[in-house]
Design a protein around this ligand. Structure first.
Ligand code: PLP
Length: 378
């Protein structure tokens, strides 16, 4: 049976060239980048090169790139670190979009325990967050706003630059979770012009798991949430994951050279959507494909829960996802779909297929055929 991986938004296969680049740092070049001897210096050089690569891709200063263990840690540092640094100040409101990843939304109780009032920004029916919705809520008491660049479940793209500019005009800091978009969508403007924090993750771009980064605009200083040896400009203690970071940078370098990656992903996704439309019965969450990530398709079959279809699809060799949290084998209603106004039952119907750089149009068509058959089989 031919297997098709259509869950690239969950994680991507590690590129073999990335693994090759990492191996020396797991073997002979094992030095601690903080050590002064030759092993240490080599590790430090590798780290500096990786930082340069990421800063070129992001269009920021190397010193504005902080390495973390994940996208989750990057977002936690942006939110919790900012809240700690400004505790007790006049700006005591924090705005999070209602469709943020759990690594942002789950910071809420901690932020509230520091005395902040945390409010959720509503989304549109297609799960996007409008500039208008953000503007409506910004005021002189707002310290920080978090609105993601594109949603991991549905792929809906937001005007991150516009939202960031509105935040800056209102004197608020802005965190943009770009985990799903980095290397795939180029920001219109360099991040220093509109963002204070941008979260990134290696394993969504064919790099290894356990490596992430946070853009922290020069002059902005969150309090560290990991304390110790003072690494990463005293904002993130802990010996750096040199091999993982080297792998992250190699993945980014390869992505920068792969100019038609998004075109190939879109072709596979469009083939899936076309075949799904011919089969009938599917409702797409994001009807305007120009405002959706190139590899993403989010679909529902009204009256049909997603979990049965997913198990059936897996047995047919197609790896897809609900995009929502899954506990004890059953899918919880997606907080993203609930925020978009869907009912609890509808919020358990969402299926996400996410195509990647090596997906083909034939993969898209096969996935659609198998999905249509899985839904019919129930
Ligand atoms: N933000 C978004 C939008 C994501 O999709 C993910 C991963 O699923 C994360 C953050 C967390 O990244 P990591 O898996 O590196 O912790």
């Amino acid at each position: 049976m031919r297997r098709i991986y259509a869950d690239h938004a969950a994680t991507t296969p590690t590129d073999p060239r990335v693994v090759e680049a990492m191996l020396p740092f797991l073997r002979e070049q094992f030095g601690n980048p903080s050590s002064l001897h030759e092993w240490g210096r080599k590790a430090r050089m590798a780290l500096d090169e990786a930082r340069d690569t990421l800063s070129e891709a992001l269009r920021c200063l190397p010193g504005e790139v902080l390495f973390t263990s994940s996208g989750t840690e990057a977002a936690n540092l942006a939110l919790v670190g900012t809240a700690l640094a400004h505790r007790g100040g006049a700006r005591n409101r924090i705005l999070l979009s209602s469709v943020e990843h759990h690594c942002v939304l789950e910071c809420r109780s901690l932020l509230e325990s520091f005395g902040y009032s945390v409010e959720l920004i509503p989304c549109e029916r297609d799960t996007s967050v409008s500039l208008h919705a953000v503007r409506e809520m910004l005021d002189e008491r707002t310290l920080l706003v978090s609105v993601m660049h594109a949603n991991n479940e549905t792929g809906a793209i937001n005007d991150a630059e516009g939202i960031g500019e509105a935040c800056r005009a209102a004197g608020a800091l802005y965190h943009c979770d770009a985990v799903q978009t980095f290397t795939l969508l180029q920001f219109r403007l360099p991040p220093a012009e509109w963002a204070d924090f941008v979260s990134l993750s290696a394993h969504k771009v064919y790099g290894p798991k356990g490596a992430g980064a946070l853009f922290v605009r020069a002059g902005v200083k969150p309090s560290p949430i990991l304390v110790g040896g003072g690494q990463e400009r005293e904002m993130r203690a802990g010996t750096e994951n040199v091999a993982g970071i080297v792998g992250f940078a190699e993945a980014v370098r390869l992505a920068m050279q792969d100019e038609d990656r998004a075109v190939r992903m879109r072709a596979a996704r469009d083939a899936f959507v076309g075949a799904m439309e011919r089969a009938g019965g599917a409702v797409f969450t994001t009807p305007d494909w120009s405002r959706v990530l190139p590899g993403h398709a989010h679909v529902r079959f009204p009256g049909r829960r997603a979990d049965a279809a997913l198990i059936n699809l897996d047995q047919r060799g197609i790896a897809a996802s609900s995009g929502a949290a899954c506990s004890s084998g059953s899918i919880e209603p997606s907080h993203v779909l609930l925020a978009a106004g869907l009912s609890e039952a509808e919020a358990q119907e969402g299926l996400r297929l996410s195509f990647g750089k090596d997906s083909t149009e034939a993969d898209g068509v096969s996935a659609a055929e198998e999905l249509a058959a899985s839904v019919a089989a129930r």
